[in-house]
Design a protein around this ligand. Structure first.
Ligand code: ADP
Ligand code: MG
Length: 691
């Protein structure tokens, strides 16, 4: 029997009534197997005696005591019970148990009585004291069940206590003679896993802390392995049919026309894309790489590949500003090759819209670039074959699906410049292939980041002045548009005037989200043509603006921005072979989190490390905005620390499906059985919780 086969409801257990059942339900525990997979959040090591006075820094005492006295003290009339070790009469050390809100213990902890004690103690006013303790009475020749063990500590809810959960778990474990292993024996051996039977018993009642760690590792491997298996099965298993890496004439011409060479990572991504595209089943690929690493260029070349084989391409960007920039770039790059590029957003007037839509239907447009307007109902493609989504995390799943449904299962390329840590990518996109651009185009100097406290702002302004005198440009970013008399947060409006005095005669412009689209586009054009030396802006410059001559990024009140946003903003500079700087100005009295964020930015330019750090600081749900997806509710695996294991589980499932797609091998029979069980339970509706 597999652990997951225990489908009886917990209410079948003796001692689990309605209240307990509802409390369990609140913890997501409905069935026996849920209960076994309900992992302890910690353990209490009560395996060895630790006498009073012999505790280490943790302050834990685990021993047998006799009560010496019991008195009330203070205005609040608190019970204070003095105990000492039974086994150490010659080592007499007193411990005072302070029974806050537990005065009823007066009738239990009577002088002369003996107890088993588990407590956290500390030294107060020269006296050993404890207010966190557990006392259990026992018979002389029979120590209590709690002693000598490593006890599991479970998350609690409602009426449940540690004791009742331990009892229920024990009850379920005693019903099964032996649980079967859940992964093939070859993997059990290769990864030196514990048997699943030992693992599920050891995770609840470990013989040692090491055993509990090994048990978790085994169960985590099983969990991650089936996560990958399921993703493969539901997703693009057919993409194992290999395509070929054949470059078209037009691609070659385009690549040759570039003034630079593609980086090895770009070439690899392109080759992976071509293989996907020719494999006979739709591509589902994530292209991730730091800002400025050359993803968009890869996308254009991939688009040429699709167009060459007769398809149309949709390119979706998250904002109108970005879409317009992409469209201008695409026109510049691709129209000379005879590619027909068009642009569609919500603001395209109906008069131009109608002929555009007509042309799209008649395949007179090769690439349509736009915002979410691309998937409004009246937009019809003649033959949509390839969908590119920029900054994929900004779109919802629904919007993506809507666009994909416009073609006959088109190839899809998602791009993200907010790198997703490897573990997250593998979990979320287990059904998706990932191409990563790790290296920047050659000749780029790492951006130098300075943290600028209030008292050093003048030096910062001076340094940027020097850059202006060299003909370079700068961004000044502030968190607010308007002045707010209540607080000391600098705003763009005020600072725009202020900076005019700092840099007299240097042309500048103010840009923020309240300007209309045309004004914004005009300003950005002037900036990119060098007519404006610096922009004073809110975070509208966060994504996609590409001005190679800009070498300074100032982010004021940087303590108010998130890590990902700061990294994106910083990525606006350092886009050429010029040395660039990022100044993170902050106000005094930083919070600890803010300090950690700014320190991270100063320490590294690597977006992957930053994303991982962000994950550590904020947790997995926040980073992708997929908090409620439930996708991350791993029971045993840890998205941050099980990176290698996740990778191994993925490799294993790949290898197995590739070498034995029908799972016919005797060693793989177990996979087949478990997948069958899982798909059954997917169909059945979940338990009804009646009140
Ligand atoms: P991303 O989309 O990853 O932010 P882009 O594709 O917009 O990056 O590239 C950023 C800049 O670098 C663009 O100006 C682009 O033309 C240039 N670029 C791209 N690939 C290379 C390369 N291999 N060598 C030099 N410059 C490159
Ligand atoms: Mg980009």
């Amino acid at each position: 029997m597999f652990i997951r086969e225990l489908s009886e409801p917990v209410s079948n257990l003796t001692g689990v009534g309605k209240a307990a059942r509802l409390s369990y339900a609140a913890l997501g525990v409905m069935t026996f197997s849920d209960l076994l997979n309900f992992t302890p959040r910690a353990y209490e090591d009560r395996s060895k005696v630790i006498q009073i006075g012999k505790q280490d820094d943790s302050g834990l005492v685990n021993t047998f005591v006799v009560v010496k006295s019991s008195t009330f003290f203070g205005a609040k009339h608190i019970l204070k019970v003095v105990v000492t070790d039974i086994a150490a009469p010659d080592y007499e050390r007193n411990l005072s148990l302070l029974c806050f809100n537990r005065n009823f213990l007066k009738d239990v902890l009577k002088p002369g009585r003996k107890f088993y004690l588990y407590a956290t103690v500390g030294l107060n006013y020269g006296e050993l004291q404890s207010s966190q303790f557990e006392v259990i009475s026992f018979k002389d020749d029979e120590p209590p069940a709690e002693f000598g063990k490593i006890l599991p500590i479970y998350p609690l809810s409602g009426t449940l206590g540690q004791k009742s959960i331990r009892r229920d778990v024990k009850n379920v474990l005693s019903r099964v003679q032996r649980f079967e292993d859940e992964v093939p024996q070859s993997l059990m051996e290769r990864y030196k896993l514990m048997s699943f039977d030992s693992a599920i018993r050891q995770i609840h009642n470990p013989d040692s802390i090491e055993m509990s760690t090994m048990a978790r590792r085994t169960l985590a491997f099983g969990e991650l392995f089936y996560l990958q298996m399921a993703a493969r099965r539901n997703g693009v298993r057919a993409s194992y049919a290999k395509g070929e890496d054949k470059i078209s004439e037009v691609e070659k011409r385009f690549i040759d026309s570039l003034s630079f060479k593609l980086t090895p990572d770009q070439l690899k991504a392109l080759s992976e894309i071509r293989i996907d595209m020719s494999s006979g089943c739709p591509m589902n690929r994530l292209l991730q790489g730091d800002v400025g690493s050359g993803k968009t260029l890869v996308a254009w070349i991939a688009a040429l590949h699709a167009i060459d084989s007769g398809g149309q391409v949709a390119f979706m960007a998250p904002t109108e500003l970005l879409a317009r920039q992409h469209a201008e770039n695409a026109a510049k790059l691709l129209e000379p090759l005879g590619i027909r590029v068009s642009f569609l957003t919500g603001s395209v007037a109906p008069k131009q819209r109608a002929p555009l839509l007509e042309a799209l239907k008649n395949r007179e447009i090769d690439i349509l670039i736009g915002t979410h307007a691309l998937f409004s109902r009246n937009v019809e493609f003649g033959n949509l074959k390839f969908v590119i989504i920029d900054e994929q995390h900004r779109f919802g799943v629904q919007q993506r699906l809507a666009l994909m449904n416009k073609g006959q299962t088109p190839d899809v390329l998602l791009m993200t410049a907010t790198p997703i840590p490897r573990t997250l990518a593998l979990t979320m996109f287990g059904d998706m292939n990932v191409s990563t651009i790790n290296t920047m185009p050659p000749g780029r100097l790492p951006i130098i980041t300075h943290l600028v406290p209030e008292k050093r702002r003048d030096e910062m302004y001076k340094a940027i002045g020097v850059e202006f005198s060299r003909g370079h440009q700068a961004y000044f970013v502030y968190p607010r548009i308007d002045e707010n008399p209540d607080n000391a947060i600098r705003d763009v409006t005020t600072m725009f005037e202020y900076l005019k005095n700092v840099y007299p005669g240097i042309p500048s412009a103010l840009i923020h989200s309240r300007l209309d689209e045309e004004t914004k586009v005009g300003i950005l054009r002037d900036f990119s043509e060098g007519k404006i030396s610096y922009l004073v802006s809110t975070s509208v410059v966060e994504v996609g603006i590409d001005v190679a001559n800009a070498t300074c990024m100032v982010i004021d009140h940087s303590e108010l921005f998130g890590l990902a946003a700061l990294h994106q903003l910083r990525g606006r500079v350092g886009r050429s072979s010029l040395q660039s700087w990022c100044f993170l100005a902050f106000s005094d009295n930083l919070s600890d989190d803010a300090k950690l964020r700014l320190r991270t930015l100063k320490d590294t330019n690597d977006g992957f490390i930053i994303a991982q750090r962000d994950l550590d600081i904020r947790g997995a749900g926040e980073i992708t905005g997929m908090r409620q997806s439930g996708f991350f509710n791993l029971k045993y695996g840890n998205l941050t620390s099980d990176l290698t294991m996740m990778q191994e589980a993925r490799n294993c499932s790949d290898q197995i499906l590739e070498s034995d797609p029908g799972l016919i091998d005797a060693d793989h029979a177990v996979i087949k059985r478990i997948l069958a069980l899982d798909s059954d339970s997917d169909d059945s509706s979940s338990y009804q919780i009646s009140k």
